[in-house]
Design a binder for this molecule. Structure first.
Ligand code: V47
Ligand code: SF4
Length: 388
Protein backbone atom coordinates (compact mmCIF):
# COMPACT_ATOMS: atom_id res chain seq x y z
CA UNK A 1 0.00 0.00 0.00
CA UNK A 2 1.23 3.54 -0.82
CA UNK A 3 2.70 5.31 2.16
CA UNK A 4 0.68 8.39 2.96
CA UNK A 5 1.73 11.20 5.31
CA UNK A 6 1.26 10.72 9.04
CA UNK A 7 -1.34 13.48 9.01
CA UNK A 8 -3.86 11.05 7.57
CA UNK A 9 -3.11 8.31 10.08
CA UNK A 10 -4.46 10.36 12.94
CA UNK A 11 -7.07 8.46 14.97
CA UNK A 12 -9.80 10.97 14.29
CA UNK A 13 -9.97 10.06 10.57
CA UNK A 14 -12.88 7.80 9.70
CA UNK A 15 -11.89 4.64 7.76
CA UNK A 16 -13.57 5.99 4.61
CA UNK A 17 -11.57 9.24 4.81
CA UNK A 18 -8.36 7.27 5.23
CA UNK A 19 -9.27 5.02 2.32
CA UNK A 20 -9.92 8.03 0.04
CA UNK A 21 -6.59 9.59 1.08
CA UNK A 22 -4.81 6.34 0.23
CA UNK A 23 -6.46 6.25 -3.18
CA UNK A 24 -5.53 9.85 -3.93
CA UNK A 25 -1.93 9.24 -2.87
CA UNK A 26 -1.81 6.19 -5.13
CA UNK A 27 -3.17 8.23 -8.06
CA UNK A 28 -6.41 6.25 -8.15
CA UNK A 29 -9.79 7.67 -9.13
CA UNK A 30 -12.43 8.14 -6.44
CA UNK A 31 -16.01 6.93 -6.93
CA UNK A 32 -19.24 8.94 -6.91
CA UNK A 33 -20.01 7.66 -3.37
CA UNK A 34 -16.59 8.78 -2.21
CA UNK A 35 -17.11 12.19 -3.81
CA UNK A 36 -20.38 12.51 -1.93
CA UNK A 37 -18.64 11.50 1.28
CA UNK A 38 -16.12 14.31 0.75
CA UNK A 39 -18.91 16.86 0.36
CA UNK A 40 -20.75 15.59 3.41
CA UNK A 41 -17.87 14.95 5.76
CA UNK A 42 -14.57 16.25 4.35
CA UNK A 43 -12.90 18.68 6.72
CA UNK A 44 -11.26 21.73 5.08
CA UNK A 45 -7.67 20.91 6.12
CA UNK A 46 -8.03 17.27 4.98
CA UNK A 47 -9.46 18.36 1.61
CA UNK A 48 -6.82 21.07 1.18
CA UNK A 49 -4.03 18.54 1.76
CA UNK A 50 -5.39 16.09 -0.81
CA UNK A 51 -6.15 18.80 -3.37
CA UNK A 52 -2.71 20.39 -2.94
CA UNK A 53 -1.06 17.01 -3.40
CA UNK A 54 -2.85 16.63 -6.75
CA UNK A 55 -2.29 20.23 -7.92
CA UNK A 56 1.43 19.98 -7.15
CA UNK A 57 1.70 16.66 -8.97
CA UNK A 58 0.06 18.20 -12.03
CA UNK A 59 1.31 21.79 -11.98
CA UNK A 60 3.89 22.17 -9.23
CA UNK A 61 3.70 25.63 -7.67
CA UNK A 62 2.58 27.25 -10.91
CA UNK A 63 -0.38 29.62 -10.92
CA UNK A 64 -1.58 30.51 -14.40
CA UNK A 65 -3.18 33.70 -15.66
CA UNK A 66 -3.61 35.34 -19.03
CA UNK A 67 -4.06 38.80 -20.48
CA UNK A 68 -7.58 38.91 -21.73
CA UNK A 69 -10.63 41.09 -22.13
CA UNK A 70 -14.31 40.28 -22.38
CA UNK A 71 -16.66 41.31 -25.14
CA UNK A 72 -20.31 41.12 -24.03
CA UNK A 73 -22.51 41.70 -27.10
CA UNK A 74 -25.67 42.16 -25.04
CA UNK A 75 -27.01 41.94 -21.51
CA UNK A 76 -30.50 40.91 -22.58
CA UNK A 77 -31.51 37.40 -23.52
CA UNK A 78 -34.39 35.40 -24.98
CA UNK A 79 -34.00 32.91 -22.14
CA UNK A 80 -35.10 33.25 -18.59
CA UNK A 81 -32.55 31.55 -16.34
CA UNK A 82 -33.62 32.29 -12.80
CA UNK A 83 -30.11 33.00 -11.51
CA UNK A 84 -29.16 35.40 -14.29
CA UNK A 85 -29.29 39.16 -14.16
CA UNK A 86 -29.30 39.16 -18.00
CA UNK A 87 -32.52 37.19 -18.40
CA UNK A 88 -35.56 38.40 -20.35
CA UNK A 89 -37.50 38.70 -17.09
CA UNK A 90 -35.49 41.80 -16.27
CA UNK A 91 -35.14 42.92 -19.84
CA UNK A 92 -37.19 46.05 -19.38
CA UNK A 93 -34.57 47.80 -17.31
CA UNK A 94 -33.01 50.97 -18.67
CA UNK A 95 -29.37 49.82 -18.70
CA UNK A 96 -29.74 47.20 -21.47
CA UNK A 97 -27.33 47.14 -24.42
CA UNK A 98 -27.26 45.34 -27.78
CA UNK A 99 -24.01 45.98 -29.63
CA UNK A 100 -23.96 46.18 -33.42
CA UNK A 101 -21.36 44.40 -35.55
CA UNK A 102 -19.35 47.65 -35.86
CA UNK A 103 -19.51 48.30 -32.12
CA UNK A 104 -18.20 44.80 -31.41
CA UNK A 105 -15.36 45.16 -33.85
CA UNK A 106 -14.52 48.58 -32.40
CA UNK A 107 -14.44 47.03 -28.91
CA UNK A 108 -11.77 44.64 -30.21
CA UNK A 109 -9.89 47.44 -32.01
CA UNK A 110 -9.76 49.38 -28.74
CA UNK A 111 -7.12 46.82 -27.66
CA UNK A 112 -4.92 47.33 -30.72
CA UNK A 113 -2.03 48.76 -28.75
CA UNK A 114 -2.37 46.54 -25.74
CA UNK A 115 -0.71 43.23 -25.07
CA UNK A 116 -3.70 40.92 -24.76
CA UNK A 117 -3.73 37.37 -26.06
CA UNK A 118 -7.43 36.49 -25.80
CA UNK A 119 -10.88 37.95 -26.37
CA UNK A 120 -13.58 36.12 -24.40
CA UNK A 121 -16.97 36.67 -26.04
CA UNK A 122 -20.02 35.83 -23.92
CA UNK A 123 -23.42 37.38 -23.28
CA UNK A 124 -27.14 36.94 -23.79
CA UNK A 125 -28.83 35.15 -26.69
CA UNK A 126 -30.71 37.33 -29.20
CA UNK A 127 -32.20 36.46 -32.64
CA UNK A 128 -30.09 38.98 -34.58
CA UNK A 129 -26.89 37.28 -33.41
CA UNK A 130 -27.25 34.23 -35.64
CA UNK A 131 -24.77 31.86 -37.32
CA UNK A 132 -23.93 34.18 -40.28
CA UNK A 133 -23.52 37.10 -37.83
CA UNK A 134 -20.95 35.23 -35.73
CA UNK A 135 -19.16 33.89 -38.82
CA UNK A 136 -18.81 37.47 -40.04
CA UNK A 137 -17.70 38.72 -36.61
CA UNK A 138 -15.07 36.01 -36.06
CA UNK A 139 -13.72 36.45 -39.62
CA UNK A 140 -13.44 40.20 -39.10
CA UNK A 141 -11.61 39.82 -35.77
CA UNK A 142 -9.33 37.19 -37.28
CA UNK A 143 -8.53 39.44 -40.25
CA UNK A 144 -7.93 42.46 -38.02
CA UNK A 145 -5.67 40.78 -35.45
CA UNK A 146 -4.70 37.24 -36.49
CA UNK A 147 -2.82 36.44 -33.26
CA UNK A 148 -5.74 37.23 -30.93
CA UNK A 149 -7.26 33.99 -29.63
CA UNK A 150 -11.06 33.98 -30.00
CA UNK A 151 -12.69 32.13 -27.09
CA UNK A 152 -16.36 32.53 -27.71
CA UNK A 153 -19.94 31.47 -27.07
CA UNK A 154 -21.29 28.38 -25.35
CA UNK A 155 -23.58 25.48 -26.31
CA UNK A 156 -26.47 27.72 -25.28
CA UNK A 157 -25.78 30.03 -28.23
CA UNK A 158 -24.58 27.20 -30.50
CA UNK A 159 -27.76 25.18 -29.95
CA UNK A 160 -29.92 28.23 -30.67
CA UNK A 161 -28.06 29.44 -33.77
CA UNK A 162 -27.54 25.98 -35.30
CA UNK A 163 -31.23 25.16 -34.89
CA UNK A 164 -32.18 28.45 -36.52
CA UNK A 165 -29.73 27.83 -39.39
CA UNK A 166 -30.92 24.19 -39.69
CA UNK A 167 -27.40 22.80 -39.51
CA UNK A 168 -25.94 19.91 -37.50
CA UNK A 169 -23.60 20.52 -34.55
CA UNK A 170 -20.72 19.28 -36.75
CA UNK A 171 -21.47 21.62 -39.62
CA UNK A 172 -22.11 24.60 -37.35
CA UNK A 173 -18.92 24.12 -35.35
CA UNK A 174 -16.88 23.52 -38.49
CA UNK A 175 -18.16 26.77 -40.02
CA UNK A 176 -17.37 28.75 -36.88
CA UNK A 177 -13.93 27.21 -36.65
CA UNK A 178 -13.24 28.14 -40.26
CA UNK A 179 -14.39 31.69 -39.49
CA UNK A 180 -11.85 32.00 -36.66
CA UNK A 181 -13.28 30.46 -33.47
CA UNK A 182 -10.34 29.01 -31.52
CA UNK A 183 -11.86 27.66 -28.32
CA UNK A 184 -14.99 27.58 -26.19
CA UNK A 185 -15.41 28.98 -22.68
CA UNK A 186 -17.09 26.87 -20.01
CA UNK A 187 -20.41 28.69 -19.61
CA UNK A 188 -23.97 27.45 -19.92
CA UNK A 189 -23.26 24.24 -18.01
CA UNK A 190 -24.98 25.35 -14.78
CA UNK A 191 -26.11 22.03 -13.26
CA UNK A 192 -26.72 19.27 -15.82
CA UNK A 193 -29.16 17.23 -13.73
CA UNK A 194 -32.74 17.80 -15.03
CA UNK A 195 -34.16 18.00 -11.49
CA UNK A 196 -32.30 21.27 -11.08
CA UNK A 197 -31.84 22.48 -14.66
CA UNK A 198 -35.57 22.45 -15.35
CA UNK A 199 -36.12 24.84 -12.45
CA UNK A 200 -33.25 27.27 -12.93
CA UNK A 201 -32.56 27.17 -16.70
CA UNK A 202 -35.63 25.59 -18.26
CA UNK A 203 -35.69 26.46 -21.95
CA UNK A 204 -32.10 26.54 -23.05
CA UNK A 205 -30.03 23.54 -24.18
CA UNK A 206 -30.19 20.66 -21.74
CA UNK A 207 -27.27 18.96 -20.04
CA UNK A 208 -26.86 16.27 -22.69
CA UNK A 209 -26.95 18.79 -25.53
CA UNK A 210 -24.27 20.85 -23.74
CA UNK A 211 -22.07 17.75 -23.47
CA UNK A 212 -22.75 16.66 -27.06
CA UNK A 213 -21.73 20.04 -28.48
CA UNK A 214 -18.49 19.99 -26.48
CA UNK A 215 -17.82 16.45 -27.70
CA UNK A 216 -18.31 17.45 -31.33
CA UNK A 217 -16.04 20.48 -30.80
CA UNK A 218 -13.30 18.41 -29.17
CA UNK A 219 -13.45 16.01 -32.11
CA UNK A 220 -12.86 18.97 -34.43
CA UNK A 221 -9.81 20.00 -32.39
CA UNK A 222 -11.54 22.86 -30.56
CA UNK A 223 -10.53 22.87 -26.87
CA UNK A 224 -12.99 24.00 -24.22
CA UNK A 225 -13.59 24.71 -20.53
CA UNK A 226 -16.36 23.52 -18.25
CA UNK A 227 -18.15 25.34 -15.42
CA UNK A 228 -20.53 24.36 -12.63
CA UNK A 229 -22.88 26.91 -11.08
CA UNK A 230 -23.16 25.83 -7.45
CA UNK A 231 -24.51 26.98 -4.12
CA UNK A 232 -28.22 27.56 -4.90
CA UNK A 233 -30.96 24.87 -4.88
CA UNK A 234 -28.82 21.90 -5.88
CA UNK A 235 -27.80 19.10 -3.51
CA UNK A 236 -24.29 17.68 -3.26
CA UNK A 237 -25.39 14.67 -5.34
CA UNK A 238 -26.22 17.00 -8.25
CA UNK A 239 -22.70 18.45 -8.13
CA UNK A 240 -21.22 14.94 -8.19
CA UNK A 241 -23.49 13.94 -11.07
CA UNK A 242 -22.33 17.07 -12.96
CA UNK A 243 -18.65 16.36 -12.43
CA UNK A 244 -19.10 12.67 -13.21
CA UNK A 245 -20.56 13.54 -16.64
CA UNK A 246 -17.61 15.86 -17.30
CA UNK A 247 -15.11 13.23 -16.17
CA UNK A 248 -16.65 10.66 -18.51
CA UNK A 249 -16.55 13.00 -21.50
CA UNK A 250 -12.98 13.98 -20.69
CA UNK A 251 -12.03 10.27 -20.67
CA UNK A 252 -13.46 10.04 -24.18
CA UNK A 253 -12.03 13.20 -25.78
CA UNK A 254 -9.40 14.80 -23.53
CA UNK A 255 -10.61 18.13 -24.94
CA UNK A 256 -11.35 20.00 -21.71
CA UNK A 257 -8.67 22.30 -20.37
CA UNK A 258 -10.03 23.77 -17.16
CA UNK A 259 -12.83 23.26 -14.69
CA UNK A 260 -14.30 26.47 -13.26
CA UNK A 261 -16.70 26.28 -10.31
CA UNK A 262 -18.93 29.39 -10.35
CA UNK A 263 -20.39 30.47 -7.02
CA UNK A 264 -24.03 31.51 -7.23
CA UNK A 265 -24.45 35.23 -6.55
CA UNK A 266 -27.91 36.42 -5.57
CA UNK A 267 -28.16 40.10 -6.51
CA UNK A 268 -30.56 41.41 -9.14
CA UNK A 269 -32.01 38.06 -10.26
CA UNK A 270 -35.05 35.85 -9.66
CA UNK A 271 -33.24 33.75 -7.05
CA UNK A 272 -32.37 36.65 -4.78
CA UNK A 273 -34.30 35.01 -1.93
CA UNK A 274 -31.65 32.22 -1.80
CA UNK A 275 -28.73 32.99 0.50
CA UNK A 276 -25.20 32.78 -0.89
CA UNK A 277 -22.92 30.05 0.45
CA UNK A 278 -19.99 30.60 2.81
CA UNK A 279 -16.34 31.06 1.80
CA UNK A 280 -15.38 27.80 3.51
CA UNK A 281 -17.96 25.99 1.37
CA UNK A 282 -16.39 27.59 -1.74
CA UNK A 283 -12.96 26.37 -0.68
CA UNK A 284 -14.21 22.85 0.06
CA UNK A 285 -15.87 22.83 -3.35
CA UNK A 286 -12.63 23.81 -5.12
CA UNK A 287 -10.76 21.04 -3.32
CA UNK A 288 -13.38 18.38 -4.06
CA UNK A 289 -13.44 19.34 -7.74
CA UNK A 290 -9.65 19.04 -7.85
CA UNK A 291 -9.85 15.58 -6.26
CA UNK A 292 -12.81 14.33 -8.29
CA UNK A 293 -11.77 15.54 -11.75
CA UNK A 294 -8.54 13.57 -11.92
CA UNK A 295 -8.42 13.89 -15.72
CA UNK A 296 -8.64 17.71 -15.82
CA UNK A 297 -5.28 19.50 -15.88
CA UNK A 298 -6.50 22.73 -14.31
CA UNK A 299 -9.01 24.15 -11.81
CA UNK A 300 -9.72 27.85 -12.11
CA UNK A 301 -10.90 30.35 -9.52
CA UNK A 302 -12.55 33.18 -11.39
CA UNK A 303 -11.38 36.08 -9.23
CA UNK A 304 -13.89 38.77 -10.34
CA UNK A 305 -16.61 36.47 -9.05
CA UNK A 306 -15.28 35.41 -5.65
CA UNK A 307 -12.98 38.34 -4.91
CA UNK A 308 -9.23 38.55 -4.43
CA UNK A 309 -9.17 37.30 -0.82
CA UNK A 310 -11.04 34.06 -1.48
CA UNK A 311 -8.98 33.57 -4.65
CA UNK A 312 -5.82 33.78 -2.55
CA UNK A 313 -7.14 31.11 -0.20
CA UNK A 314 -8.33 28.95 -3.10
CA UNK A 315 -4.71 28.50 -4.20
CA UNK A 316 -4.30 26.24 -1.17
CA UNK A 317 -7.41 24.25 -2.11
CA UNK A 318 -6.35 22.86 -5.49
CA UNK A 319 -6.71 25.94 -7.71
CA UNK A 320 -3.87 26.63 -10.17
CA UNK A 321 -5.47 29.20 -12.48
CA UNK A 322 -7.01 32.59 -11.71
CA UNK A 323 -8.17 33.68 -15.20
CA UNK A 324 -6.91 37.00 -16.45
CA UNK A 325 -6.46 40.71 -16.22
CA UNK A 326 -10.13 41.17 -17.35
CA UNK A 327 -9.71 44.96 -17.59
CA UNK A 328 -13.19 45.70 -16.22
CA UNK A 329 -14.83 44.30 -19.34
CA UNK A 330 -17.38 41.96 -17.77
CA UNK A 331 -20.70 42.86 -16.21
CA UNK A 332 -22.24 39.38 -15.71
CA UNK A 333 -21.01 39.10 -12.15
CA UNK A 334 -20.99 42.68 -10.98
CA UNK A 335 -24.69 42.79 -11.92
CA UNK A 336 -25.27 39.61 -9.91
CA UNK A 337 -23.54 41.04 -6.84
CA UNK A 338 -19.98 39.71 -7.14
CA UNK A 339 -17.12 40.91 -4.92
CA UNK A 340 -15.36 42.87 -7.65
CA UNK A 341 -17.64 45.56 -9.04
CA UNK A 342 -14.98 46.87 -11.48
CA UNK A 343 -12.64 43.94 -12.00
CA UNK A 344 -9.16 44.95 -13.14
CA UNK A 345 -5.80 43.53 -12.07
CA UNK A 346 -2.79 44.74 -13.94
CA UNK A 347 -0.14 42.20 -14.81
CA UNK A 348 2.30 43.42 -12.07
CA UNK A 349 -0.58 43.19 -9.57
CA UNK A 350 -1.38 39.65 -10.65
CA UNK A 351 2.28 38.65 -10.37
CA UNK A 352 2.58 40.14 -6.89
CA UNK A 353 -0.74 38.60 -5.86
CA UNK A 354 0.45 35.11 -6.83
CA UNK A 355 3.92 35.48 -5.35
CA UNK A 356 2.49 36.78 -2.05
CA UNK A 357 0.77 33.41 -1.63
CA UNK A 358 4.05 31.56 -2.25
CA UNK A 359 3.35 30.47 -5.81
CA UNK A 360 5.00 30.85 -9.22
CA UNK A 361 3.20 33.23 -11.62
CA UNK A 362 2.96 31.95 -15.17
CA UNK A 363 1.41 34.07 -17.87
CA UNK A 364 -0.15 31.60 -20.27
CA UNK A 365 -1.97 31.78 -23.55
CA UNK A 366 -5.45 30.31 -23.80
CA UNK A 367 -4.07 26.85 -24.57
CA UNK A 368 -1.70 26.91 -21.56
CA UNK A 369 1.50 27.55 -23.47
CA UNK A 370 3.82 29.64 -21.31
CA UNK A 371 4.05 33.28 -22.45
CA UNK A 372 6.17 34.45 -19.49
CA UNK A 373 7.50 32.70 -16.38
CA UNK A 374 7.79 35.57 -13.91
CA UNK A 375 9.93 33.62 -11.45
CA UNK A 376 12.58 33.51 -14.17
CA UNK A 377 11.99 36.78 -16.03
CA UNK A 378 11.45 40.34 -14.87
CA UNK A 379 8.15 41.94 -15.74
CA UNK A 380 8.36 44.07 -18.90
CA UNK A 381 6.04 47.10 -18.89
CA UNK A 382 3.06 46.93 -21.21
CA UNK A 383 4.09 49.64 -23.66
CA UNK A 384 7.24 47.68 -24.56
CA UNK A 385 5.13 44.70 -25.47
CA UNK A 386 2.45 46.51 -27.44
CA UNK A 387 1.60 44.54 -30.56
CA UNK A 388 4.13 41.85 -29.64
O1 V47 B 1 -23.11 30.08 -17.66
C1 V47 B 1 -24.68 33.82 -14.56
C2 V47 B 1 -22.77 32.13 -14.76
C3 V47 B 1 -21.67 31.79 -16.72
C4 V47 B 1 -24.70 34.07 -12.40
O2 V47 B 1 -14.29 29.44 -19.62
C5 V47 B 1 -23.64 33.22 -12.74
O3 V47 B 1 -12.66 30.67 -18.94
C6 V47 B 1 -23.10 33.01 -10.53
O4 V47 B 1 -18.93 30.60 -18.07
N1 V47 B 1 -24.12 33.80 -10.12
C7 V47 B 1 -20.96 32.48 -17.88
N2 V47 B 1 -22.83 32.69 -11.81
C8 V47 B 1 -19.50 32.82 -17.55
C9 V47 B 1 -18.54 31.68 -17.76
C10 V47 B 1 -17.07 31.88 -17.61
C11 V47 B 1 -16.57 32.88 -16.80
C12 V47 B 1 -15.19 33.03 -16.68
C13 V47 B 1 -14.31 32.24 -17.37
C14 V47 B 1 -14.83 31.24 -18.19
C15 V47 B 1 -13.88 30.39 -18.97
C16 V47 B 1 -16.21 31.05 -18.30
O5 V47 B 1 -21.88 32.73 -15.68
C17 V47 B 1 -23.06 31.28 -16.98
C18 V47 B 1 -23.57 31.12 -15.55
O6 V47 B 1 -23.24 29.85 -15.06
N3 V47 B 1 -23.66 33.08 -14.07
N4 V47 B 1 -25.32 34.44 -13.54
C19 V47 B 1 -24.93 34.34 -11.01
N5 V47 B 1 -25.97 35.08 -10.61
FE1 SF4 C 1 -29.44 34.00 -21.14
FE2 SF4 C 1 -27.18 32.80 -20.35
FE3 SF4 C 1 -28.48 34.47 -18.71
FE4 SF4 C 1 -29.53 32.10 -19.26
S1 SF4 C 1 -27.57 32.44 -18.19
S2 SF4 C 1 -30.65 34.09 -19.26
S3 SF4 C 1 -28.93 31.83 -21.39
S4 SF4 C 1 -27.50 35.02 -20.62
Amino acid sequence: MTKIPGYFQHDRLEPQALNIAQKVWAGERITEEEGLYLYEKGEPAYLATLATFIREKKNGKKVFFNRNFHLEPTNVCVYDCKFCSYSRAIKKRSDGWELSFEEMLNAVKAYDNKHVTEVHIVGGVLPQYDLPFYEKLFSAIRAHRPSLHIKALTPVEFFYIFKKAKVSYEEGMRRLKEAGLDSIPGGGAEIFHPEIREIIAKDKCDGQQWLDIHEVSHNLGIRSNATMLYGHIEAYRHRIDHMEKLRQLQDKTGGFQTFIPLKFRNDNNEMSHISEGSVIEDLRNYAISRIYLDNFDHVKAYWPMIGKETTHLALSFGVDDIDGTIDDTTKIYSMAGSEEQNPVMTTPELIEFIQAAGYQPIERDTLYNTVHDYDKEAYVPLHDLANA
